[in-house]
Unconditional design. Sequence first.
Lengths: 340, 424
Amino acid sequence: MAVMNMIEAINSGLETMMERDDNVVIMGEDVGYFGGVFRATAGLQEKFGKTRCFDTPISECGIIGAAVGMCAYGLRPVPEIQFADYIYPGMDQLISEAARLRYRSAGEYTAPMTVRSPVGGGIFGGQTHSQSPEAMFTHVSGLKTVIPSTPYDAKGLLIASIEDNDPVLFLEPKRIYNGPFTGYYDNPVSPWSKFAESEVPEGHYTVPLGKAKIVREGDAVTVLAYGTMVHVAKAVVEEHGIDAEVIDLRTLVPVDIETIEASVRKTGRCLIVHEATRTSGFGAELSALVQERCFYHLEAPIERVTGFDTPYPHSLEWAYFPGPVRIGEALEKIVRDLKS
Amino acid sequence: MADEKPKSNLPPLSLHVPEPNFRPGDTVDYSGLEIPAAGAQARPDINTKPKDMRDMVDDMIRVLDDDHAAVGPWDPKLDDETLLKMLRTMVQVRTFDDRLHRQQRQGKTSFYMKCTGEEATSVAAAMALHADDMCFPSYRQQGILFVRGYPLTEMVNQIFSNKADKLKGRQLPIMYSSRELNFFTVSGNLTTQYPQAVGWAMASASKGDSRIAAVWCGEGSTAEGDFHAAMTFAAVYNAPVIMNIVNNQWAISSFSGFAGAERATFAARGAGYGIAALRVDGNDPLAVYAATRWAAERARTNQGPTLIEHFTYRAEAHSTSDDPTAYRSAQEREEWPLGDPINRLNKHLIQRGVWSDEQQEALDAECLEAVKEAVKEAAKNGILGHGLHQPFETMFQDVFEEMPWHLKEQAAQANKEREIKWPS
């Protein structure tokens, strides 16, 4: 075991897979000599050479399009999109091509690529370095969407994604690269080294795709979250002294419906938390699934806590962010009749 | 206020919206089209740097002259057997197109696309490649499959979307795929295959392989960002790829001016990227073969990508859903100054003394019989909409390698609906 923050864990996952499989190649803007703007690919070009880890032109369409062709050749590319906010020029290649290759060719061609990209706000990135566009991709057939929340999960899920024979969008919550975030932005960050989840095995291991994790057991209400919001939700639950069950979904497609159903049937209440904008967000899908499957177990309306339906603002970042006040209010509302 | 004129004494600006030279009913006059004499183009050494051969982009490589002789430095000097194979394959393609177009009109499938007049741009090009070179076609390169020996019946199964269709009835007719023949699955989205071909070529180069990639798009879709992303990647990584632009003058109803042809040739786009570029008479199969062979030799010797503009004419409708009499003059095809690729190769072979009108007639009849037979065979496996389609559950297969829970649930729903509609 080694102590790693999330960036180091991702770097270790990439290194592990590059060592095991010559067909794993890394490409993206600034990922080569420099090692990436967040340092996720640091040292990989030096270790594996320029044909295994290399810089690309600033063209997300070209990056993902070339990766599709590399898959057709037999490689297993891991392209990086520098910020998820930049992914839109590559969406046609990801949605119409990578995600549909297996289907349209009846299995003749596949796209075993893992597209890594940092998501989320909380770093004063303004509206082009803060978005959480996961719902645009969960809407696509043929694409898996994964969002880790700890160093241990980040490495294990990344290895599982690279080994998966279908395209995976691997979204990294950049706010928690260095330490888990409780939602109190004016408090200093506690580094990952102070938490057990920073214990990361050297070498190969996987965390399976499609499996959620119960990060806190409880009976009063089920809280569904992923990425940064797992930590914020857990902190708020504890602050309010509510016996909530907090579930980290880890994979959005395919979502772990069994774990969700079992928990909501037990608690009879469900709060969904995500940082992305509200309308047609992934929370809407979760809410519909819970309603369809657990309606007769529900004792209160399902609640959603999300970012607002505005672009991510710069100076008002923390007014936008679904922080402790917004989550706390929703939690209190959903358990109100339990307390009376 | 929108209706107020700007307070300015500057001359008013005007927007230019391109307009083709001829519309339905117009008399066509091609005298403004510059067509250089066959054989007049120099053939640069394959080691020539792109910047030293920029004049090629405004020229036009032509081999077959007005007397049907092969002339000049680009004559690939092919033997009779190869030329006869080229003719035979192009006739097969045209016959297949005519016959399958008719099947669509008879209601046996939803859609068809011919490549009439453009056969050389895929047949001659594919013949100049190795069989294991990877092709990334657009939707009008069925000729590649004919060159590589794909069974006609399999093509018709795909077009009929029947129970024997290897693509399980999932794709629009003619969107073939054959991994075995190094033919990439055809996308309906335009020019997405361009960066993919470059990526494949980059992979081949990074693995120290000897295979190269070739990719095709139409002139209209060179306007897509994918085209330019691919050109940048091909140039940056010196990718071993041949990038073909089939300039057939029309993108459905939009003439090539809407892709920029009023200002520059499509081959000229190579120059800005530092990519070697050739402009070829696309109705001259020998010129297409020679240009492709030149580009392939460059790619195989680590001299990187080549862009080839094939100047040709879309002789028929864009697809069975299109009616070109609504937007262009019928005379355009009749008067097309570069003729027809099959006629030109036929005349060349007759001129060489190895072919005759009688042999051509026999070949036409033989090709028609082969297509009729394939259609008959394929029809035994069903035609579109007549029940002999794929089992319902195949709709849910291959979305992922393993079917997740939500697709299993939806597959059960589809099967339930089938039971309700058609009780067993």
